[in-house]
Design a protein around this ligand. Structure first.
Ligand code: ADP
Ligand code: MG
Length: 616
């Protein structure tokens, strides 16, 4: 019998290896930036086009390569960084596997220009699909420039798997942040589709953070600095009151390499325990230095996970040093652990002008009319509930509690159409009486038993359909603000918001300016409170970033889901009977009342016959 095993040709092996190293344009950015750092560059420029799909170029002023090295660097396992297996246990460079360039050259069009200080003339190489197409001499400055064009040109399946430009650009920016933060002494610039996104001069750690995340960041940082025998920690944590919803700025670096570590993240979380409101996430920029022989970086091709010899000790040390810093900078004593700081003063002057309390009398009130009014006239209900709300609000001007972050107003986001056609046709007419169970479910008796409706999911469905309709029909009503609202975001968040500006405008937002780190809003959807806007937009940016969408991704859909989630009445919120009924009617005016926007069941019916069985 003939032997059947054979060695894979190099270009095939390289393509397979590429699958591990290069997942998306951001992977190119990471590998090329790291090579520039390893080449001791003091200035590194990153240029991308179309989120890196058509071009990722990195230009550095590092040591460059000789003619032979320039040719050789595209071979697999070709590296100048380690020579023997022992070296693996003492890594001081970013790269060492010698895989990146070989992988990249297998799946893109690559052009390299490089020159060393001692050489008269530089080298130019064009390589595509692992095949060298051209090699000649060029006149170039000292350093290296590598352009990677048309990523995955020969692997359509991978190309189709890439996300939208917004999402891919986000990943690129994340990688850029990680490398730029780890090397503040190196100058970086970043040009996206011809416009400069970052221009970071060589600086210290704090300045680098501020240059990336905006001038406002400076006051939010609390320094952390601690040294023990096994590890030293330097860096900053973000003051608890500035913690963000969703994962904000969270960076761990070990020996100047960005790493992901849920375990160490937990250490920080526990140091912040009791200081951050529920749902908030601590922000941190922490730089750990450990003995290179005490870690193993070689456990993952992208080298973002590492193994520590003594993880528990590092955990304890990290937690203690963060606690220490928070205490030292008297973050801790001013906060009462169990108290919402906003409860200290019922008058929240920052967000609202005080309104003199007034007693409102409902002049139309007629106790005998109640039954009749309840029956069907939801328009009247709407008016009444608003006036109730106003008088209620007048009593507690500005007093905010988490639970009240959403109120009646938002329930009326829907159109006036509240005909409960579902009930008429299906013979499941709800009685006039609904009630709430555990401030979470709306219980509505129907002929055959009782309907249990999840209030939050139901409201999400209502809002989702209405927002989606507004985006497509482009007719949302906007509430114009007398004084435009100026909100600070990072420049990356602003990029994301800019991308969906048009859709947001169709939901009722109005933007009067996009600046570097500020946006100015002059109109907001009618049902939304001014004070909630920041939170809503933050959640939205966060949702867009966590690339939930894959196939069939629709930005509108994501936007509608995210807004619906932010605006929907929360579980735990008591609802008046009228509010409950109103929501039920709105729900059944929806196209798909039984499913939440994320496809969870919104309601269930407990059949009387099933109840009967329990008594048999
Ligand atoms: P690794 O970084 O793991 O060694 P790479 O495939 O990324 O593997 O790079 C291969 C080799 O090419 C490096 O070891 C280095 O010698 C050389 N090289 C890559 N990029 C640069 C650069 N920007 N400047 C100088 N040399 C470089
Ligand atoms: Mg490398």
């Amino acid at each position: 019998m003939v032997d059947i095993i054979q060695l894979l040709p190099d270009h095939v092996a390289n393509q397979i290896a590429a699958g591990e190293v290069v997942q998306r344009p951001a992977s190119l950015v990471k590998e090329l930036l790291e090579n520039a750092i390893d080449a001791k560059a003091t200035s590194v420029n990153l240029v991308i086009k179309d989120a890196g799909k058509t071009l990722v170029q990195v230009i550095d002023n590092g040591i460059g390569m000789s003619v032979t090295d320039a040719r050789f660097c595209f071979e697999r396992h070709a590296t100048s960084k380690i020579k023997a297996a022992e070296d693996l246990f003492n890594i001081n460079t970013k790269g060492f596997r010698g895989e990146a360039l070989a992988s990249i050259a297998a799946i893109a069009h690559v052009e390299l220009k490089t020159k060393r200080e001692l050489d008269e003339i530089g080298t130019h190489i064009v390589i595509e699909g692992s095949k060298v197409d051209a090699q000649d001499a060029v006149v170039v400055p000292v350093g290296t420039s590598i352009s990677v064009k048309n990523l995955f040109y020969n692997i359509p399946a991978r190309r189709n798997f890439l996300k939208t430009n917004t999402v891919e650009t986000r990943h690129v920016i994340d990688e850029f942040h990680r490398v730029a933060l780890a090397h503040p002494q190196v100058a970086f610039s970043f040009i996206n589709n011809g416009s400069t996104v970052f221009n970071l001069p060589a600086s210290n750690m704090r300045q680098r953070i501020v240059n990336i995340f905006g001038a406002k960041t400076n006051e939010k940082l609390v320094p952390v600095s601690e040294e023990t025998e096994i590890v030293s920690v330097e860096g900053f944590v973000v003051k608890p009151e500035f913690s963000k919803k969703g994962r904000g700025e969270q960076f761990f670096f070990v020996n100047n390499r960005f790493i992901k570590s849920p375990y160490l993240h937990h250490a920080i979380n526990s140091a912040f325990e009791g200081l951050i409101k529920e749902g908030g996430q601590p922000g941190y920029f922490l730089f750990l230095q450990v003995d290179t022989t005490s870690i193993d970086i070689n456990i993952h091709p992208t080298k973002t996970e590492i193994k520590f010899d003594d993880e528990h000790a590092i955990y304890a040390m990290l937690r203690a040093s963060v606690k220490h810093s928070l205490g030292q900078f008297s973050i801790v004593p001013v906060l009462d652990f169990n108290k919402d700081p906003e409860m200290d003063t019922p008058y929240d002057f920052n967000t609202k002008n005080p309104v003199a309390p007034t007693i409102e009398v409902d002049r139309n009130f007629n106790p005998f009319e109640k039954e009749q009014r309840r029956r069907n006239d939801y328009a009247t209900f709407k008016e009444n509930s608003n006036s109730q709300l106003n008088s209620w609000e007048a009593m507690y001007v500005g007093l905010k509690s988490n639970e009240n972050s959403l109120n009646l107003e938002s329930i009326e986001f829907e159109s006036e159409e509240v005909t409960g056609s579902f009930f008429e046709s299906e013979e499941k007419t709800p009685s006039e009486i609904t009630f709430q169970l555990q401030n979470k479910y709306i219980m509505s008796p129907i002929k055959s038993g009782i309907m249990v409706i999840h209030q939050n999911l139901a409201h999400q469905r209502v809002l989702y359909e209405s927002i989606l309709k507004n985006i497509t029909v482009k007719e949302a009503i906007s509430q114009q603000l007398l004084f435009p609202l100026r909100l600070n975001f990072t420049s990356q968040d602003i990029e994301v918001l800019k991308n969906i500006q048009e859709q947001l405008e169709h939901t009722g937002f109005g933007f009067s300016a996009f600046e570097k780190e500020t946006i100015e809003i002059n109109g907001i959807p009618v049902s939304v409170k001014e004070s909630e806007i920041k939170n809503i937009l933050e959640c939205l940016v966060n949702d867009i970033r966590t690339d939930i969408p894959d196939v069939g991704f629709s930005q509108n859909d994501l936007l509608a889901k995210s807004l619906a989630k932010s605006l929907a009445v929360k579980t735990g919120k008591p609802m008046k009977v009228e509010e409950q009924e109103h929501l039920v009617h709105q729900l059944f005016a929806c196209k798909e009342p039984t499913k939440s926007p994320n496809n969870k069941p919104v309601l269930m019916i407990l059949d009387a016959s099933d109840i009967d069985k329990k008594f048999n």
